[in-house]
Design a protein around this ligand. Structure first.
Ligand code: SAM
Length: 316
């Protein structure tokens, strides 16, 4: 196959990958009991604010088999049967207790915009992005990739016609990079978050009244210009980090430029998981289950790990 942009290669590869895999086969996500408790609290608070509407709906985007959403549902006794619980994912096969929608997002979700909560955990980082690298002459060029993962530098962002030929809007890309991820030296790379900004905007558009909440690996401009100058593109296979080969056998991810998502939708707030989940503590007489839960909560709050997850919130 000839080389294509990263977003094209990634999208094709992800369709194949997710068609035959579940997230748990390749990596542990943060969606466990502690987070389910926190989400149940969030859902109940929105229901209270909206005064328990009859059409209250909770949608989980990139929900895998919907097991996390079902566990949030279990924790919302009063709401479990009154609300609609909708799990949306590209892969088929959903657990009982949720309404499964197998679709590639952004797309139509039946019954939207809703009154209630639209959430997504570790979904925005799955939205394919283009990659731009600064070459030895100081030109910012699209990175093209083949299925075996071999890369070469393609058109410069100054060449709008050549960029359009590979499906990239050079002007929009230049503008996004100027604002969010400017490159400095040869070899520096930017992961262009336009599609994630659009995905977040789409998510908030699903809410007529209530809350949109996306939780994900995030970074902001100062970190990108310093520690992340090579980018964050990563592959996972069988629980290990591997080269992000876009051949359908590897889960590909890149952390999310969450400040750009925030700016894309007015009134979005940005907080960090370590602060959101700061209150879980160990009771005086802890049972083994308490201890397990305590350490799970600690893991979700570690600044260098899952505590560094960003929470993008938008309320209406
Ligand atoms: C990393 S997993 C996260 C699963 C779950 N939310 C969690 O936190 O455990 C990403 C999920 O997003 C789904 N996914 C990836 N791209 C998608 C897309 N464009 N539309 C819908 N689902 C997508 C995958 O099938 C996968 O189940």
């Amino acid at each position: 196959m000839t080389e294509v942009t990263w977003s094209t290669a990634w999208r094709r590869s992800a369709r194949e990958f997710w068609a035959r895999t579940t997230p748990g086969d390749h990596f542990a996500t943060s969606a466990g009991d502690v987070l389910a408790d926190a989400m149940a609290e969030v859902v109940r608070a929105v229901d209270d604010r909206l005064r328990a509407p009859a059409d209250f709906t909770v949608i989980d985007i990139g929900a895998a088999d919907g097991a996390f959403l079902a566990s949030v549902r279990e924790r919302c006794a009063e709401l479990a049967n009154r609300a609609r619980w909708v799990a949306v994912d590209v892969r088929e096969g959903f657990v009982p207790g949720v309404e499964g929608v197998a679709a590639e997002m952004p797309d139509d979700v039946p019954g939207t915009p809703i009154r209630g909560v639209v959430m997504a955990h570790e979904w925005l980082d799955e939205i394919p992005v283009d990659i731009v690298e600064r070459d030895a002459d100081g030109l910012d060029r699209l990175v093209l990739v083949g299925t075996a993962g071999a890369e070469r530098l393609g058109p410069s962002l100054d060449d709008e016609v050549a960029c359009a030929r590979v499906g990239v809007d050079a002007a929009a890309t230049r503008e996004w990079m100027r604002r969010w991820w400017p490159l400095r030296d040869p070899g520096d790379r930017a992961e262009v978050g336009l599609a994630r900004d659009a995905a977040w905007s789409w998510m908030t558009g699903l809410v007529r009244q209530g809350l949109a909440l996306a939780v994900d690996y995030g970074h902001c401009r100062p970190e990108r210009l310093d520690a992340l100058r090579g980018g964050t593109l990563t592959g996972y296979r069988g629980g290990r980090v591997v080269a992000p080969m876009p051949d359908g056998t590897v889960g590909i991810t890149a952390h999310v430029a969450v400040d750009a998502c925030q700016a894309a939708v007015p009134r979005t707030t940005l907080t960090w998981q370590r602060d959101e989940l700061a209150s879980a503590s160990l009771p005086d007489r802890a049972s083994p289950a308490d201890v397990e839960r305590y350490f799970a909560a600690q893991r979700l709050r570690q600044t260098a790990g899952l505590g560094g997850f960003a929470w993008l919130r938008w309320e209406a």
